[in-house]
Design a protein around this ligand. Structure first.
Ligand code: SF4
Ligand code: SF4
Length: 448
């Protein structure tokens, strides 16, 4: 039986009271112009209109109208293959909220078509703090053995997962510094993040140091949990909402002016807490207020200049995380961070705005498409001759880092904040002596 939703245009609805039914206004925004097609990595790589934004919106409409059932396997397959990179949103002149449509579709399809066991297991771990900590602790132990580097080149998922873990090792030496700033730009509470805290803790420390060096104060936010992005993107909106409520509570109690995030996917999720909890009268306003305080760390640093560091002669290219560029529309601040580093050569990367294929747990669930999307990225990186690929998201760091290792490339992936941190460390050691900053395999004189 079909019905037409009250207050909507005439699109009949075969699936009332579902997230996808609530997304009908967004579906109707699409005028099928096709401007988004060439921006879509799955369309470009698979050359199937059903794997394009326009094609997927047609499938969503067909499900809403009852032309295709919720459990249609081809609908599920094409929706599963979407990276959620939201490059289509940037390309779309009609303002189609594609990311929200995708989440609503996945949430609706889940009822008829459960997620594969591997995906359910990973998302389950990210919901339980003790299990997550245990998994990340075990990952650090395995990483410390050096075994992942040995397995990085073997075929299949084991090889790629090993390469991802190996790529989380940070080759930069770490030095503390303090420029004695009073913190007059305001207080920042950092989202520690699951993977960032567990495998990139050095980058979290670098984030605190660089913010302090740019006149921010750092506040703790105890009780914070996973941001919920993986769950929301996979269609588990209830789990995402439960995690969001815990974070809202924790960051409200922090009393900080800003919520600093150094993982693009987490920042994009937290900025959308208002939308996520819009139908929850108890939490909607609180969610909006917390979301309005969220900043990517590059935004905070760019607002402060950022202050220039010490010399760091290195060839660096920048790859824009989709959830920074397309979801948060942040393009300039990460480049401002890199440009604050004297003697760093910034080399443009062809198609830097295209997805690397990481997309949360996509590279676990859709390895073939993920690799197809990664391949041109690696070719473009190789053609820059850069030693470092800077990118501000743990998924991208691991995906690109793994790809580089498996291709036996010399370049390594690194967070832009780590480079700025190394530059500040060099500055703090001037003028006495000649500071040396370890960059990749070679020691570089930080004074040039
Ligand atoms: S999503 Fe936007 S760009 Fe793509 S077909 Fe629809 S209106 Fe055109
Ligand atoms: S989110 Fe990315 S992969 Fe999905 S339709 Fe849009 S551009 Fe294509």
């Amino acid at each position: 039986m079909t019905s037409t939703l009250p207050g909507r245009r005439s699109l009949p609805c075969a699936i009332p009271d579902t997230p996808l039914a609530a997304a009908i206004p967004g579906i109707e925004t699409c005028v099928h112009c096709g401007f988004c097609l060439q921006a879509c990595p799955t369309y470009v790589n698979l050359e199937d209109e059903n794997d394009s934004p326009r094609g997927r919106i047609v499938l969503m409409r067909a499900v809403v109208e009852g032309e295709l059932p919720l459990d249609d396997p081809s609908v599920g397959a094409h929706i599963d293959r979407c990276l959620g990179c939201r490059a289509c949103e940037t390309a779309c002149p009609s303002g189609v909220p594609y990311g929200q449509l995708l989440e609503a579709t996945r949430a609706t399809l889940r009822a008829a078509r459960p997620m594969p066991l591997l995906g359910r297991a990973v998302l389950g771990v990210f919901q339980k703090i003790a299990a997550l900590r245990a998994m990340l602790f075990a990952s650090r132990i395995v990483r410390a053995t050096g075994v992942p580097s040995l397995f990085a080149r073997v075929g299949g998922r084991l090889g790629f997962a090993s390469a991802m873990l190996a790529s989380t090792r940070n080759a930069l030496r770490e030095h503390d510094y303090d420029f004695g700033m009073p913190g007059s730009r305001g207080a920042v509470a950092l989202l520690l993040g699951c993977v960032m805290d567990g495998l990139f803790s050095r980058t979290n420390r670098a984030t605190r140091r660089t913010l302090r060096a740019n006149d921010y104060r750092i506040r703790g936010a105890p009780g914070q949990v996973c941001c919920g992005a993986l769950h929301a993107h996979a269609g588990d909106l209830d789990a995402a909402r439960a995690l969001a409520r815990k974070n809202i509570d924790a960051f409200e109690r922090s009393g900080a002016d800003f919520i600093g995030v150094n993982a693009a996917g987490c920042g994009a999720m937290m900025k959308e807490y208002g939308h996520l909890l819009a139908d929850d009268p108890e939490w909607a306003q609180r969610a909006e207020k917390v979301a309005a305080r969220v900043r990517d760390v590059s935004e905070l640093l760019a607002a402060a200049g950022p202050r220039p560091g010490g010399s760091l002669p290195a060839r660096v290219t920048y790859d824009a995380p989709c959830h920074l560029l397309h979801a948060q529309r942040i393009a300039g601040p990460p480049l401002a961070v890199l440009r604050a580093i004297p003697d760093l050569t910034l080399i443009p990367l062809t198609d830097a705005e295209q997805c690397c294929g990481a997309a949360g747990i996509y590279n676990l669930l859709e390895p073939a498409t993920s690799n197809a999307v990664l391949a041109p990225k690696l070719r473009h990186i190789a053609s820059t001759g850069a030693e470092w690929v800077a990118t501000g998201n743990p998924g991208c760091l691991m995906q690109i880092g793994a790809g580089l290792r498996r291709a036996n490339a010399r370049a390594r992936a690194i967070h832009p904040i780590d480079l700025l941190d190394a530059s500040y460390a060099a500055l703090s050691r001037q003028p006495s002596g000649t500071p040396t900053v370890q960059v990749g395999d070679s020691a570089v004189r930080a004074d040039g």
